[in-house]
Design a protein around this ligand. Structure first.
Ligand SMILES: [Zn+2]
Length: 250
C-alpha cells in the first residue's frame, strides 16, 4: 500500500508496533508544505544526546527553520511525533528510486538522540529504531531497501547515524516488516496445540481443577498463583505467551 501526502497515521502505526509514542501538539499541521508520494525513511542521529534534543528538531536552528524531522527517537525507545509535513532533514544526495537532491518531500526523517560518537546507543533505542522503520515501511508498501542512513544518501558528507551497520540494520528491519504480515503456519499452530495437550491433560469440570491447571500446582486450594515447576514457575498463560513470542520472532 503506497501513500501520497502527509503521513497523518505516524503515531498510530508506531503504537500498533508496540512502541511508546508522545504526540506533540499540532504535529499533523507542522511542516514546510505537503509530502508527496512516500518512498522511504532516512535515519539520523541528533548529535546532541540530551533530553531536549527534540526542541531543536521541532523549532529549528538560527540557520534552518524547524521542523527538521518527523520523529525524534529518545534513548529509552520512546518516539516523539513532531511533524507530518515536509521536514528539512535530508539535504542533498541520492538513493536508487528517490529523486536526487529532493528526498525531503518523499521520505520520513527520524532523528535518534545521540551524541554522535556511535557508542551511546541504548538497546531499547536500537530496538525501537528498527521496529519504527519497519512499521513505517510496511505502511507505505516499501521494503527495507528504502531504509537509508543519512550518510548513505548524503552528498554533503553527513556521518549519521554513527556506528550503525546499515546493511545489518536493514536485514533486521526486513524481518520485522515480514513478521507482521505472516500468519502463523499450520505447523506453528500444531506446535502450540501439542504443547497445551502435552502438559494440561484433560481438564475436569471442577473450577478448582481449572484454576490449578491454569495457575499451577498448589493453586487449587491455596488461591495463590504458584506457577508450574515444569514451566519454570510460569502459569499456562505466561508460558503460552512465551512460546508465541518465540515462534513469532524466529
Ligand atoms: Zn542527518
Amino acid at each position: 500500500m503506497s501513500w501520497t501526502g502527509d503521513p497523518v497515521w505516524l503515531a498510530d502505526v508506531l503504537r500498533e508496533e508496540g512502541l511508546r509514542v508522545i504526540e506533540h501538539d499540532g504535529w499533523r499541521n507542522r511542516g514546510h508544505g505537503d509530502m508527496r508520494d512516500l518512498r522511504g525513511v532516512v535515519c539520523h542521529h541528533t548529535g546532541g544526546g540530551g533530553a531536549s534534543d527534540w526542541e531543536t528538531v521541532q523549532n529549528g536552528r538560527p540557520d534552518l527553520p524547524g521542523p527538521l524531522a518527523h520523529l525524534v527517537l529518545e534513548k529509552d525507545g520512546t518516539y516523539r511525533v513532531i511533524a507530518a509535513g515536509v521536514c528539512w532533514h535530508a539535504g542533498r544526495g541520492s538513493w536508487p528510486g528517490w529523486p536526487t537532491n529532493d528526498a525531503n518531500y518523499y521520505t520520513i526523517g527520524i532523528e535518534a538522540v545521540s551524541v554522535g560518537n556511535g557508542r551511546d546507543w541504548t538497546a531499547a533505542q536500537l530496538d525501537a529504531y528498527k521496529r519504527g522503520c519497519a512499521a513505517i515501511l510496511r505502511r507505505i508498501g516499501r521494503g527495507s531497501g528504502d531504509c537509508v542512513g543519512h550518510w548513505e544518501y548524503s552528498s554533503e558528507g553527513k556521518k549519521d547515524p554513527a556506528g550503525i551497520d546499515m546493511n545489518a540494520f536493514r536485514r533486521e528491519v526486513q524481518v520485522l516488516i515480514d513478521r507482521k504480515d505472516a500468519p502463523m503456519s499450520a505447523a506453528e499452530v500444531k506446535q502450540i496445540q501439542d504443547f497445551i495437550k502435552g502438559f494440561c491433560g484433560p481438564i475436569g469440570s471442577d473450577a478448582k481443577d481449572i484454576r490449578e491447571q491454569l495457575c499451577g500446582q498448589g493453586s487449587r486450594d491455596s488461591g495463590q498463583f504458584t506457577g508450574w515447576r515444569q514451566l519454570g514457575g510460569k502459569s499456562v498463560v505466561d508460558a503460552l505467551a512465551d512460546i508465541r513470542n518465540r515462534v513469532l520472532s524466529r
